[in-house]
Ligand binder design. Structure first.
Ligand SMILES: Nc1ncnc2c1ncn2[C@@H]1O[C@H](COP(=O)(O)OP(=O)(O)O)[C@@H](O)[C@H]1O
Ligand SMILES: CC(=O)N[C@@H](CCC(=O)OP(=O)(O)O)C(=O)O
Length: 295
């Protein structure tokens, strides 16, 4: 490293100090989406960002998705992926594969990446330590022709009804970084598949997290001209959903952000998981990286 590069590095570290102090002992829930995974270098950069947060005294909690990876496994097994209202229609066979992919291979891959940095990650799902309980989702859609609302039968798709903080509070006081897959049991004994955004929102809400970060495949919420909106209030976000500027997969994400804010999370950020070190850029720089949604 040249003398000027060392100087730049030292200056960057000094500039990060107030942010390190601001987030010390604070909980930051990071939702790592399936679309943001897949590139080895980006994966390593993500793991080192999470490790660095822990080193700086922050309490990071990773909730991950894996939609594309579940889709790939289903297709390998000759099962077609079907979505309704943005959620995967999940029969018994599908939920078994969802659990295998989410709580199995993807979860352990992320744990291994963080462990390779020298930190300690522990892979969990909602079942571990009775952390999360779900029940069958009651999502409704309005038929555009008849304007009649109907409840979707999505099989074993769940929504979170209970979060027990015991295990997460214990881990916050330890060296361990929790990495959680969005699979949870129901009181009825079934296993439920939960959308990872919703799951992350429920965890962040139960912990009254300081920040909830959504790593996705766009720079944040974009306006009609495709430009990044740096800050959005809950009411502005609702207006953008209503006028169609926010559409598709961004609707449930922003709705989760609004619910998390209402549950007591202090700030929610949607940012680009395809940019290396986007978590550090968001947390440790003045301008942040994506769209901040505030109360
Ligand atoms: N106003 C908007 N700003 C940004 N993205 C939007 C907007 N409206 C719709 N989208 C879409 O939402 C997608 C992100 O949602 P989704 O695909 O569900 O992400 P993930 O898989 O990371 O959870 C973007 O790739 C984009 O196509
Ligand atoms: C009910 C439902 O749709 N569950 C999702 C869970 C994974 C997920 O949400 O992953 P991403 O964040 O990568 O999209 C699914 O089966 O695909």
């Amino acid at each position: 490293m040249s003398a000027s590069e060392s100087e730049t590095q030292a200056r960057l570290l000094a500039q990060a100090l107030p942010y390190m102090q601001r987030y010390e002992n604070k909980t930051i829930v990071v939702k790592y989406g399936g679309h943001a995974m897949g590139d080895a270098d980006l994966g390593k950069a993500f793991a080192s960002d999470i490790a660095l947060l822990k080193q700086f005294g922050v309490n990071p909690i990773v909730v991950h998705g894996g939609g594309p990876q579940i889709g790939a496994m289903l297709s390998k097994m000759g099962i077609e992926s079907k979505f309704e209202g943005g959620l995967r229609v999940t029969d018994q066979k599908t939920v078994e594969i969802v659990e295998m992919v989410l709580a199995g291979s993807i979860n352990k891959e992320i744990v291994a990446l963080i462990n390779q940095t020298g930190e300690w990650a522990i892979g969990l799902c909602g079942k571990d330590g009775n952390m999360v309980f779900a029940e069958k989702a009651k999502k409704t859609v309005v038929d555009p022709d008849s304007n009649i609302e109907r409840v979707l039968d999505l099989g074993f798709v769940g929504e979170v009804v209970e979060v027990d903080r015991t295990l997460l509070d214990l881990l916050a006081k330890s060296e361990m970084i929790p990495v959680i897959a969005p699979v949870a049991p129901g009181r009825d004994g079934h296993t439920y598949n939960i959308n990872a955004d919703t799951f992350a929102g429920a965890i962040a809400g139960a912990l009254r997290a300081d920040r909830l970060l959504f790593l996705t495949d766009v720079p944040g919420v974009l306006n009609r001209n495709g430009e990044l909106i740096k800050e959005l209030s809950v009411s502005e976000a609702r207006a953008l959903i209503k006028d169609g500027t926010i559409s598709g997969g961004m609707i449930p994400k922003v709705e989760t952000c609004i619910e998390a804010i209402n549950a007591g999370v202090q700030g929610v950020v949607i940012l680009n998981g395809k940019t290396a070190h986007s978590v550090l850029l968001e947390i440790f720089t003045e301008h942040g990286a994506g769209t901040l949604i505030v109360p």
